[in-house]
Design a protein around this ligand. Structure first.
Ligand SMILES: *Cc1c(COP(=O)(O)O)cnc(C)c1O
Length: 237
């Protein structure tokens, strides 16, 4: 689908709207069911999605975008609605940090001390402090990036010492769900988050977990930021 054809395709727009309303309602229901009284942010994950479609989501009320790919992001960035806050959520190589350091307000995918160092260094160079989340490999999968649960405490301490970053919490992608396994991983993640809040206080305020297939589970377990791509924009080709 080209960008032009999307804009002149009322059905595609109507579908995004319908998806947005359904997801918002599902999140509300999960909040109520779990007896929480705090808020959950809905992030629109934009990979492969034309910027017009992203901006339509912003018109509907979404104010947070998630970016995975540096090149794709740089190509779309200047066309995005200025209403939106932008977070980087994808795997990030050290040599790419410089391209995004002045364009995003949070990086969810910090998975090494070296990357934290580079973000801090680049942030200081442009006179800012970058909010970060540590990505946790909660299922200890060999194929996945992220910090192992037993290493979280040490790397959190490390990040807290860096002058150019501000640790706000954690992000995770659990292993593919088998018989409700995601719920257990989300709850482990919530425990890590709560432990960290006890240790460092309320500056730790973001637990980023839950995607199209499991966001209700994640909210039930205490996520306060869900990252939704395909359930909102349709499946990626
Ligand atoms: C693609 C992606 C998402 C969204 O995935 P969907 O299943 O399409 O909702 C969320 N988080 C990260 C890190 C992603 O790469």
């Amino acid at each position: 689908m080209t960008e032009k054809s999307f804009c002149s395709d009322p059905e595609a727009l109507a579908q995004v709207k319908e998806n947005y309303l359904r997801i918002s309602e599902n999140i509300c229901n999960a909040i109520v069911k779990s007896g929480r009284n705090d808020e959950v942010r809905l992030m629109a994950v934009t990979k492969t999605v034309p910027y017009e479609k992203v901006n339509y989501a912003a018109e509907l009320g979404i104010n947070l975008l998630g970016e995975n790919r540096v090149q794709e992001f740089l190509g779309k960035y200047e066309y995005y609605s200025k209403k939106c806050e932008i977070h980087f959520i994808g795997g990030l190589q050290n040599n790419k940090v410089k391209y995004i350091i002045d364009k995003v307000s949070m990086i969810h995918s910090v998975d090494s001390k070296k990357l934290a160092d580079e973000i801090s260094r680049r942030a200081v160079a442009v006179g800012r402090v970058m909010d970060i989340l540590i990505e946790v490999n909660i299922g200890k999968e060999e194929t996945k990036g992220g910090i192992l649960p037993e290493e979280v405490s040490e790397i959190s301490d490390y990040c807290r010492e860096l002058s150019g970053v501000n640790l706000r919490g954690f992000m995770t992608i659990p292993p593919p769900d088998t018989n409700g396994s995601s719920r257990r991983y989300f709850e482990q993640m919530k425990q890590i988050y709560d432990d960290c809040r006890l240790k460092y206080g309320k500056g730790i305020d973001t637990l980023s977990m839950g995607m199209s297939d499991d966001y209700e589970q994640a909210v039930m377990s205490g996520s306060n930021l869900v990252r939704i791509g395909s359930a909102l924009f349709g499946s990626r080709k």
